[in-house]
Write a protein that binds this ligand. Structure first.
Ligand SMILES: NC(=O)c1ccc[n+]([C@@H]2O[C@H](COP(=O)([O-])OP(=O)(O)OC[C@H]3O[C@@H](n4cnc5c(N)ncnc54)[C@H](O)[C@@H]3O)[C@@H](O)[C@H]2O)c1
Length: 472
């Protein structure tokens, strides 16, 4: 059995009105000081930890791969296909240790204030804007998401779009839907032998590179960092070089100050006559007014857009001028493929997201590993295994202040610390230590000593162990 945290101060906990932590630690560990000091803190009711105690709430029809994975661990999993709002959400979140959501559930500071036991939030999607990440970190709540599980799906969509633009399939299909048979193949071409220019050679860009080469294209890419090219792809020195040489330019960059309006009038002008532009990355990376003009003038032969500077917040007839004047102009252009931000939306991507976020939650609950967290430092130690009898893992999430580690280590220093790792992110620091040859009485004392440190934050400490797993 593996062990999650114990320790959120209970309402009956009297934290002594204390000497400052510095005074406490300077006082050393003499028996007289401890005798006077520690009895003021009521003993925690620690009990053996059982994975069945962990309550998980999954909302918004999170993929069944996640549900199965979490249930297999023995956690209590409550599953809902919809999201909850306001009072209902507050009621549901009150007692759970983990909540799993997608993009519709808003976890604001005022909602999180009611989540007294919450250890982790799993965002089973790419974005995390729906969660107040900073506030969650301040409460010691770790947030996970799945940024890369849908990379392949996006890459496949882009390959499809390259072919569809080359053959003007969007327009042909539209004509047929309106009853027109127009067999002309003017300005249609194969993609074999053409140059694909990839801007941003990360998870998606590099996948795309492989697919494009296997279809006979030559691949150039531009990235702000030097990267190992896959296959025969070649990294170019700057964006201009890529624009001048490519028949198809596709964007796969994150949203940063530098990528805002990355493609504007000047860049479109630099692109080859008759080339095409694809954007399935961020809506703000293309100046749509400039794109419309480049398309109307015939300089660009086609474009495909999956992302937009503003997108409707609900499904329905909302892709209209309420979003901006550019909508009407874009809808009227020929050979432009418009899709509603579905680049990563496939069955396989959803399954992969379920597995990735579900797995991250299990590693966090069972082992305290924060790899993949978006609001906490990423810290891990090797997994505890069956032979690690009498082994305790202590996680101390605390405010990142000078001197805190010294205080913590003064406490841990009396024990047999096998491994320790600490890292910080902004105001929050995360310390993980493995202690062996520890017995139950020592665990209680250790816990109570850490409990009174003033740097601790609400959901601050977890203990894990094979034989000594405790919760309260
Ligand atoms: N359409 C969709 O449904 C969908 C789905 C998934 C991801 N995305 C978006 O696709 C984009 C790429 O995703 P990813 O997973 O490949 O990201 P990634 O972080 O793996 O790769 C991004 C690459 O862009 C590079 N880069 C950063 N700034 C740059 C600049 N100014 N010029 C050139 N290169 C730059 C980075 O160095 C990195 O190699 C992201 O914006 C992501 O949000 C869209």
């Amino acid at each position: 059995m593996t062990i999650p945290r114990d320790i959120v101060p209970g309402s009956n906990t009297v934290v002594p009105s204390t000497p400052s932590p510095t005074a406490f630690f300077n006082a050393g560990t003499s028996p007289s000081y401890e005798a006077n000091y520690f009895p003021a803190v009521p003993k925690k009711q620690l009990k053996p930890f059982n994975t069945g105690d962990i309550k998980i709430l999954l909302l918004e029809d999170v993929n069944c791969t996640a549900r199965e994975l979490l249930q297999k661990e023995g956690y209590q999993v409550e599953f809902h296909t919809t999201s909850f709002r306001d009072i209902e959400l507050i009621e549901k979140i009150r007692d759970v240790h983990v909540i799993g959501i997608r993009s519709k559930t808003r976890l604001t500071a005022s909602v999180l204030d009611h989540a007294k036991n919450l250890l982790a939030i799993g965002c089973f999607c790419i974005g995390t804007n729906q969660v107040d990440l900073g506030y969650a970190a301040k409460r010691g709540i770790t947030v996970f998401n799945s940024p890369f599980s849908n990379s392949r799906s996006v890459a496949e969509l882009v390959i499809a779009e390259v072919i569809m633009l080359a053959r003007r399939i969007g327009d042909k299909s539209m004509e047929m839907h309106f009853g027109t048979w127009q067999k002309a193949s003017t300005r249609c071409c194969e993609i074999r032998g053409k140059v694909l220019g990839i801007v941003g050679y990360g998870h998606i860009g590099s996948q795309l590179s492989v697919l494009a080469e296997s279809m006979g294209m030559s691949v150039l890419f531009y990235d702000i960092i030097p990267l190992m090219a896959i296959g025969k792809a070649r990294q170019v020195k700057n964006l201009s070089e890529l624009l001048v040489l490519s028949d198809f330019v596709t964007l796969h960059v994150p949203e940063t100050q530098e990528t805002r309006d990355l493609i504007g009038y000047a860049e479109l002008k630099a692109m080859k006559q008759g080339s095409c532009l694809i954007n399935a990355s961020r809506g703000c990376s293309v100046d749509l007014q400039a794109l419309c003009e480049a398309m109307r003038s015939g300089h660009l032969a086609g474009a495909a857009l999956d992302v937009f500077p503003r997108e409707p917040s609900a499904d329905g007839p909302y892709f209209n001028e309420d979003l901006g004047r550019w909508v009407r102009e874009i809808r009227d252009l020929p050979n432009i493929i418009l899709t509603p931000h579905i680049g990563g939306s496939t069955k396989e991507a959803q399954e992969a997201i379920g597995t990735e976020v579900g797995g991250a939650l299990v590693r966090y609950i069972n082992f305290g590993c924060t790899i993949g967290a978006v609001n906490m430092p990423e810290v891990t130690l090797r997994n505890l295994a069956a032979p690690d009898e009498s082994h305790l893992r202590v996680i101390f999430i605390h405010r990142n202040r000078p001197g805190v580690l010294r205080q913590v280590n003064d406490i841990l220093g009396d024990h047999n610390v096998d491994m320790q790792m600490s890292d910080s992110r902004g105001d929050i620091a995360y310390m993980m230590a493995d202690i062996s040859k520890v017995d139950l009485a020592e665990v209680h004392a250790l816990y109570n000593k850490l409990e009174i440190l003033s740097c601790k934050i609400p959901n601050f400490l977890m203990s894990f162990g094979i034989s000594l797993g405790l919760s309260h």
